[in-house]
Design a binder for this molecule. Structure first.
Ligand SMILES: *Cc1c(COP(=O)(O)O)cnc(C)c1O
Length: 367
């Protein structure tokens, strides 16, 4: 009987809802028969793949029949030099998503509690539930993390805490002093994962750098990614920085070849492509300002964002507006799955793309 094996599926997995990705461009093209679609739905880098990364991938393409370097030695050496950490503190992942999942598998189980914030990145809930741990979701404060309440939520069962700075889907962030006060309150036996997927974009002076706190807090793990500011979302490469003991635990359960040769080559190349990162940040700074100004001008309540996207309230159900924008060839992200049914999240695109989104929004609202 089908139900017999269903009952044997791990309890956490039985109740799991899969991650909802942004709608792909070619799917929308097929559905609506329209072209010239812009996708501002998945916080991808609007500059496209760095040319240096393209060349590096082309160079190693003939090695596709070989296993990659399972240790990712060259990339780790580059990162270690750049971040002033030891290579033994770095764990590479198939995107930083891989690391979030591995961290839950190492530190959480049906006997433990995992704390994360309301409106924080969906993967924390997925990773927690998949291992059967109890999720402790702390109410947000002005859409952002309430670090005081999160520290107060720690019990003797807490094994893991996920923080996102800035957070997705809200773009909210917390300051260095607040993070430090939080780390001082959390017992050293609780592992704190600080997800810095968007840190390269931050411009605020008091924005914390998790890496600078690693020596002070052995229970801190910082995760970062090449998917956003470095523009390698499809390659799947991210990493965590931690003390070597935690890195060793992660290394035991990761897949031996979790990062492929093309991703390794692309990541090494884009790290050396300083011009790409500079342009990424320029395009983001001006695009973020453009989107914020345009949305405020149209009268929307915009959540202040330190990432490469803005989330704003339409003051009405967002799903129909999302659908109408699709018909204009503009893909943004509804966030009803985050219990934010009136908000849309829009990723910063190129100047023309941002302008097209703003025009399309104005148009569909009047329809
Ligand atoms: C995009 C994102 C990630 C990174 O995803 P990858 O698996 O590295 O592509 C991690 N955390 C947050 C909050 C994100 O928005």
């Amino acid at each position: 009987m089908e139900s017999d094996f269903l009952k044997r599926a791990n309890v956490g997995v039985q109740g799991l809802m899969p991650y909802q990705p942004g709608k792909p461009v070619d799917e929308l093209e097929r559905e609506l028969g329209i072209s010239n679609i812009i996708k501002l739905a998945s916080n991808e880098n609007p500059l496209g793949l760095s040319e240096e990364a393209q060349k590096a991938v082309a160079k190693v393409v003939t090695e596709g029949s070989r296993y990659p370097d399972g240790g990712g030695v060259k990339l780790k050496e580059k990162l270690a030099a750049r971040l002033a950490v030891k290579t033994s503190q770095i764990t590479l992942g198939n995107g930083s998503n891989d690391l979030l999942d591995l961290l839950a598998r190492v530190f959480a189980n049906s006997e433990t509690e995992v704390i994360y914030s309301q409106y924080s990145f969906a993967v924390y809930a997925l990773a927690t539930q998949a291992v059967g741990a109890k999720a402790v979701v702390v109410p947000a404060k002005e859409w952002g993390h309430d670090l005081t309440a999160m520290a107060d939520a720690v019990t003797s069962k807490t094994s893991l805490i996920f923080l996102a700075n800035p957070n997705n889907p809200t773009g909210t962030w917390f300051a260095k002093a607040d993070l430090q006060a939080f780390m001082d309150k959390v017992p050293a036996s609780v592992v704190v994962v600080l997800d810095e997927a968007y840190i390269e974009y931050s411009t605020e002076a008091d924005f914390p750098d998790g890496v600078a706190l690693l020596n002070q807090y052995p229970n801190l793990v910082v995760t970062r990614t090449f998917s956003k500011a470095y523009g390698l979302a499809s390659m799947r490469v991210g990493y965590s920085l931690s003390n070597s003991t935690i890195a060793d635990l992660l290394n035991r359960i990761r897949q031996p070849f979790n990062v492929n040769s093309f991703a390794l080559a692309a990541a090494e190349a884009v790290l050396d492509d300083a011009d790409y990162l500079t342009r990424s940040l320029e395009v983001n700074n001006s695009g973020l300002a453009q989107l914020k100004a345009g949305l405020v001008e149209q009268g929307y309540d915009v959540i202040p964002s330190a990432g490469n996207f803005v989330t704003f309230s339409l003051g009405q159900d967002a799903m129909s507006i999302y659908q109408k924008l699709l018909h204009e060839g503009v893909i943004v992200r509804p966030v009803a799955n985050y219990q934010m049914p009136q908000h849309l999240r829009v990723s910063v695109g190129l100047k023309e793309e941002n302008a097209r989104f703003l025009l399309a929004l104005e148009k569909v609202i009047e329809l």
